[in-house]
Design a protein around this ligand. Structure first.
Ligand SMILES: [Zn+2]
Length: 262
């Protein structure tokens, strides 16, 4: 592993139980492996609170996002006040992850749209960027985002086309890519990647999920981002170190986390 790299993982879930056996040892090993910053994302009220505590323990490495994910059960009444209370903590630099997900049967479109809109309103009022999750819901997602544009934030794990990327960028958002771009069937996101200016790109693991090739099926962590960065670098005609550097600078700018750049 090169140590002159500057890797900022813009989307992680280090509060996940998959990291219980060795979380501290793993996080402490990051600086020497070139990982200088990670965003830890909440998915409901409990994980959001966990993200805030974890990020507060590692102020030199982690920042947190608080929010309710569309796949989680509908949050209790009063959840917005709880998110706002958490968002006031120093460690919190974004609202997320929030969005729409129509992948599995049984979803409730209206409920997901309401919860997304409520959190977008909160993010605007608190002047925090948003971390957006969208699966199988591009049309509805773009329609809701148009109501709120211009927006500060990122469309994470971008699965879309170059055309969708263009509209997402025009609303002021950054676009994040996971290890999915290292998979064999990644033609569409790779095409979109080509059209996205380097200063609007982020890289992310979404760990513990989505380990890039050649680690597929293993527990993912931020050190594996070099594989994703290498694929991105080839597409953009840059070196892996350059892609790591520019995406780290982008993340630090978007999340107001310049203190995590080395
Ligand atoms: Zn995620």
């Amino acid at each position: 592993m090169q140590t002159d790299l500057c890797i900022f993982d813009s989307h992680t879930h280090y509060t996940d139980a998959a990291f219980d056996p060795d979380r501290d040892a793993l996080l402490r090993s990051f600086p020497e492996k070139g990982v200088t910053g990670c965003m830890v994302c909440g998915t409901d009220l409990a994980t959001s609170a966990d993200c805030v505590s974890l990020a507060a323990q590692y102020p030199e490495l982690l920042i947190a996002a608080v929010g309710v994910h569309p796949e989680c059960p509908a949050p209790p009444e009063g959840y917005l006040q709880e998110l706002e209370r958490l968002a006031a903590m120093d460690a919190v630099h974004a609202i997320g992850e929030i969005g729409l997900d129509y992948h599995y049967e049984g979803y409730d479109k209206e409920q997901q749209a309401r919860i997304l809109r409520e959190q977008l309103v909160l993010a605007k009022r608190l002047d925090l960027p948003v971390i957006l999750h969208c699966r199988d819901a591009t049309g509805d997602m773009l329609a809701i985002l148009r109501e709120f544009a211009p927006l500060s934030g990122v469309m994470h794990c971008f699965p879309g086309s170059a055309e969708t990327a263009k509209e997402v960028l025009s609303m002021g958002l950054y676009i994040g890519f996971t290890g999915v771009i290292t998979f064999k069937n990644a033609r569409k996101p790779l095409e979109a990647l080509r059209s996205i200016p380097a200063d609007r790109l982020l890289i992310e693991t979404d760990c513990p999920y989505m380990a890039p090739v050649p680690y597929r099926g293993k527990r993912c962590d931020s050190t594996m981002l070099t594989e994703t960065a290498a694929v991105m670098a080839r597409k953009k005609g840059m070196t892996t170190a350059e892609i790591c550097r520019i995406t780290a600078e982008n993340a630090a700018r978007l999340f107001r986390a310049e203190h995590l750049l080395k």
